[in-house]
Ligand binder design. Structure first.
Ligand SMILES: *Cc1c(COP(=O)(O)O)cnc(C)c1O
Length: 447
């Protein structure tokens, strides 16, 4: 790897590409968070990924905690997934007909998730949630949807109300281009406040088709549910005939093999999946018990379709990824790597005198910079309102220092970092050392 001697030039090729990209694609990107806009930088363009590492077009190397925002639980270019893709692509990439791989992947999902005996494959997480909502409305004949503030479910019209991820970072909680009528039937409730759900259901219960939520919030940074919260939601849904739609696009096969529903012991009616189940290719799925899923066309009247849905290439990558997740060992390893990173970050923050609150669920982790006036001890993020109070300026300084020292973290305070099974304890320790220096830079800038 050529060493960059001139700091000013170290992102030269990325900057040249970005200058071309902005004339060709809105903001120069295919998805907003990639623009690095919220941290005031221009984006890097990636040439290759290998295991836990990324290499950009200027040959800078990074330890990667973006991991494509979650799908790459085995790291970049895992040999078993690469081999499965090569083998399938020799036989063709899409047939517009049924293939055996769909049956195999559906079997593997059902084996890992007892509440998902039947699925429909789609091409993205957004498409999965959008279709799940249609299904819930179709089953119940009710118009309203309840969602959680800061919950992100893909760029789905009805759910782009107080949505997290890029929608939070870019300050467009509800986007232009979505008619009032489309979100008029969307109720927004705060996370970790069961009383608010109780009141909303008492008032509107008979009109609400579904409560859609991330069981562990991941798109405002990592926010786990309080003890008993999900169980209370389950009871309220049962009492009012509201379907519980668990968006496990991020958490499925991530926080446990059976997702957050296994880890936190809650039974959703409909589950949305994506990310890991595609092994790094575009995919999504939604599923639940057969009585519900048989409302979907052609078994039932709720229409849903897709030209490339269930294509054998994405299925083959997903099968290869899930085969490597069939024991408890990978999840124990992610837990222990996550624990190591969390306690390391907490320790170096303490030493640097920078307040930092690290929240984690398995291999998903977010260090939050509390509002300047608060110490770490007095602050935790329990919901969207808490997250929005964080010091995004401190985060931007931290991000820049990490990037320049060779660590790629998501370019926003409101995202989860993802560990992979390709990360080693040595990678974690190197990251903690670089974080110590980055936090010292934050402390110095604050004066
Ligand atoms: C990523 C994500 C989505 C959207 O998935 P896409 O494949 O980007 O459409 C939906 N819900 C959650 C919880 C996610 O993290």
């Amino acid at each position: 790897m050529p060493k960059n001697r001139h700091a000013a030039n170290r992102f030269k090729k990325s900057q040249t590409l970005f200058a071309r990209a902005v004339g060709l694609m809105p903001g120069g990107v295919s998805s907003p968070v990639r623009s690095f806009q919220s941290v005031g930088l221009s984006p890097v363009f990636i040439y290759s990924g290998e295991g836990a590492y990324l290499v950009d077009v200027d040959s800078n190397r990074y330890i990667d905690y973006v991991m494509s925002y979650g799908p790459l639980i085995h790291g970049h270019a895992h040999p078993a997934i690469q081999a499965a893709l090569a083998k399938q692509s020799d036989r063709g990439t899409s047939f517009g007909c049924c293939c055996e791989e769909e049956v195999t992947l559906a079997t593997m999902i059902a084996a890992a998730m007892p509440h998902v005996p039947m699925v429909r494959f789609v091409n993205s997480g957004a498409e999965a949630v959008m279709s799940a909502i249609r299904l819930a409305r179709g089953i119940t004949g009710r118009p309203m949807i309840a969602k959680i503030a800061g919950g992100y479910h893909g760029a789905v019209d009805a759910l782009l109300v107080e949505a997290g991820s890029g929608a939070t970072t870019h300050g467009h909680p509800s986007s232009p281009g979505i008619p009032e009528a489309v979100t008029a039937d969307t109720l927004v409730l705060p996370f970790n406040e069961p009383l608010e759900v109780r009141h909303a259901f008492q008032q509107h219960g008979e009109r609400i088709a579904a409560l859609v939520l991330e069981l562990v919030m991941g798109n405002i940074g990592v926010v786990p549910p309080a003890a008993g919260y999900l169980q209370e939601l389950r009871e309220l849904c049962d009492r009012h005939g509201v379907l519980l739609v668990a968006d496990e696009v991020m958490t499925g096969f991530r926080v446990a093999r059976g997702g957050a529903q296994e880890r936190l012991n809650v039974r959703p009616d409909i589950t949305c999946l994506g990310k890991i189940i595609g092994g790094g290719l575009p995919v999504g799925a939604f599923g639940g018990r057969r009585e519900f899923m048989n409302h979907i066309s052609p078994a039932g009247p709720v229409y849903q379709a897709g030209t490339l849905s269930g294509n054998p290439l994405a299925m083959a990558a997903g099968i290869a990824a899930l085969r490597l997740l069939e024991t408890a060992e990978p999840y124990q390893r992610l837990e222990s790597l996550g624990q190591r990173l969390q306690s390391g970050l907490e320790e170096v923050a303490r030493k640097a005198g920078v307040a930092l609150v690290v929240q984690r669920c398995g291999g998903m982790i977010t260090p939050f910079f509390p509002p300047a006036a608060k110490g770490a001890g007095a602050f935790s993020v329990r919901n969207y309102a808490d997250a929005l109070r964080c010091d995004t300026r401190a985060f931007a300084l931290f991000f820049k220092a990490m990037l320049e020292s060779g660590v790629m973290i998501p370019p926003s305070q409101f995202e989860a970092w993802f560990l992979s099974l390709a990360h080693t304890p040595a990678d974690i320790d190197a990251t903690i050392d670089k974080a110590a220096a980055a936090l010292a830079a934050v402390a110095a800038a604050r004066g």
